[in-house]
Each structure stands twice: as C-alpha cells, then as structure tokens.
Design a protein around this ligand. Structure first.
Ligand SMILES: C[S@@+](CC[C@H](N)C(=O)[O-])C[C@H]1O[C@@H](n2cnc3c(N)ncnc32)[C@H](O)[C@@H]1O
Length: 328
C-alpha cells in the first residue's frame, strides 16, 4: 500500500470576526492511503504531493484582506486537494462539466425523471439575486402593478434574468430586439435599458389585462419610450414580420411554449447575420409535471435545436433555463 507521509493539511478559517481576512492553518494529518482515492483526485493532488514531500516543515500561509493568497501555486494546489477534490466526489456542477465534455449527445424520447419542483436548491437563486445589481425602481413598480392587477408574478423574468438580458443587449450593442410574450413588461423594459441610444424593442402580448399593466408602466419608466407594445396574437404578428423582412439583433421567446418551434423558425429568419435567439423556460421540461403537455413539447424543442445544423446553442441554467442560439 502506498502512503503519503506528513501531508500538511491546510485549514481554511476566518481569522477574525470581520470576515475581511482569512488564514490557512497547516496541520499534520495521519498518513493517508492512496487506495480509494480516484484517479482524478490523484491527478489533482499530485503536484501538491510532490511539493509536500519536500516540505521540511509545513509552510504557514496567511491571506491578505483581499482574500486567499492564490498567487502561491503550492497553496492553491493544496486548496484544490483539500477542499475541492472531496467536494467533487459528489455530483457537483463542476464534476458534471468534466464528464459531459466527451459524453455523446443522444436523443431521449422524453425528459429524464427529475423529482424536484425547482431546478435549484433553496438559497441558490436568492444568493444569485443578492450578488446581482439591484434593478432600477421601475422594475419594482412592475412587480407591484403585477400583483395589484392580480396577475401571476412568477411569470416575470425577474431580477437575475432581467439583468442578464439587459447586459446581453448592451454587450451586443443591440439596436432592435423582439420580445415575444410581454406579460407586464419586465423583459421588454430590461432590453429597453440595454439597447443603444435610439434602439427599439418590439414586444407582443395577446392578453389585454397584462398588456394594460405593461403599457401603464412603460409610459412612466426610464427608456419606456423605446418600447413598442403590439397587443395581438404573436403567432400571426411574427409571421407577418417575416413577410415584411423585419430584422432584429435579439429575438426572445417567452410566450406560449408549445409554439416555440414555430417562433424559432420565424425567429431565425428575423435575425440579423450575427443575431441571437433565446428561448426562455427551456429547462422547465424537467420540472413541469408528467401530465403537462408543455413538458414534452419543451423537451422536443430543445432536442430539435440541439440537432439543428443551422445553429449552435447552449442551455443556460439561468432561472428556469434559457436556450441561447446563434446561426452558424
Ligand atoms: C411567461 S409570460 C412572459 C413574461 C415576460 N417576458 C416578463 O418578463 O414579464 C408569457 C406571456 O405570453 C403571453 N402569450 C401567450 N401566448 C401568446 C400568444 N400566442 N401571443 C401573444 N402573447 C402570448 C401570455 O399572455 C403571457 O403574458
């Protein structure tokens, strides 16, 4: 049996109550058996092990106020071995990322079983919100007006996804955005705040009550004047846009999910050469109930897009899933 003698274990602990400084405190642990350590863990600890053998005494490492001192590669590798190798024994997202690099993409007749009502564990999305810029007050007004009108507020894309959509429009320097499924206006206003000066967002909503709230909010919101709300059935309106030869930098699908395939085909025609299309709620195929037909149609849609050689795509685990697509 091979053994690792004198492995220094670095303990990571806040060194004061203000949480502004941290220290790694080395300690000796009993010899560890190599048997039972997976190949990936051995690979992860090997640089550290090589170095550790040369240690006469464990080094003491104290981080600065700016956080752990990862400029020291030995300490960094020790942290990987100590903290991350153990954590990644489990099914973490990082581990899934590794195995899925080479895993063949095979068609599945239906979404796999997923016995959870939500995609994330409690606390994850709240933390993401807390670490995301607070939306301007106009978005709070949208939320209040939505509730006042008795409409189902979770339909809104919300703070994290809204900020993502805004920043995407900024990064793309988008001039024209098509937002299919306005509801009370959250995604449309997020895009409006991200498009360039003089840019425009066309948003389509069939429900009169939702459209009324959105119109009222846009009238007072900063950059609300960049939004044109079309109150009609999006299936016909989008098809008409194709006939007219309209073009957009971004097309966002967030209306009736069973029609995503139609919106997608029209949406690709509406995209500028370097435009992007996004389909919201794309991961709801996991969380919608077995007897909900939208579950299967979202799965069929995502699988169709993945196999579509006209495009490349990525399924983002933002909110309830965003399928991001660009033409190749
Ligand atoms: C999930 S909500 C959209 C949320 C919105 N993007 C936001 O951020 O608040 C979907 C909306 O699509 C609308 N809708 C559904 N089918 C539609 C259709 N065929 N044409 C236009 N709007 C439709 C619904 O009335 C609903 O308001």
């Amino acid at each position: 049996m091979s053994e690792l003698p004198f492995l220094p274990r670095l303990k990571y602990s806040p060194s004061d109550s203000s949480c502004t400084t941290m220290s790694l405190k080395p300690a000796f642990i009993a010899p560890i058996s190599l048997r039972g350590l997976g190949a990936s863990n051995l690979r992860a600890i090997s640089p550290w092990y090589t170095k550790a053998r040369s240690f006469a005494r464990p080094t003491r490492w104290t981080a600065s106020a700016s956080g752990p001192d990862t400029s020291n590669i030995d300490t960094y590798n020790a942290w990987i071995a100590e903290k991350q190798s153990a954590r990644n024994q489990a099914k973490t997202s990082s581990n899934i990322g590794v195995t899925s690099i080479t895993k063949a993409r095979e068609d599945m007749p239906s979404p796999p079983p997923f016995p959870h009502p939500t995609l994330f564990q409690p606390g994850a999305e709240e933390y993401a919100c807390d670490m995301t810029r607070l939306p301007p007050k106009d978005f709070g007004i949208i939320a209040q007006e939505t509730e006042r009108a008795g409409l189902f507020a979770p339909c809104m894309v919300g703070a994290v996804e809204g900020q993502f959509l805004k920043m995407l429009a900024q990064i793309k320097a988008a001039k024209r955005v098509l937002d299919i499924g306005t509801f009370t206006g959250y995604s449309a206003l997020a895009f409006a705040q991200g498009v360039v000066e003089g840019g425009q967002v066309i948003t389509i909503e069939a429900d009169g009550r939702a459209a009324e709230v959105a119109r009222k909010v846009f009238a007072k919101a900063e950059h609300g004047d960049r939004i044109q709300l079309v109150e009609t059935d999006a299936r016909k309106e989008v098809a008409d846009m194709v006939k007219r030869g309209d073009k957009f930098d971004i097309v966002f699908l967030d209306a009736d999910k069973v029609n995503y395939r139609n919106y997608y085909e029209d949406g690709l025609k509406l995209l500028k050469e370097d435009g992007i299309l996004m389909a919201d709620n794309a991961l709801c195929s996991l969380v919608y109930s077995q007897d909900d037909p939208v579950r299967q149609s979202l799965h069929d849609f995502a699988q169709f897009v993945r196999n579509d050689e006209r495009v490349e795509q990525v399924m983002l685990t933002v909110r309830e899933g965003i399928l991001l697509v660009r033409k190749v």
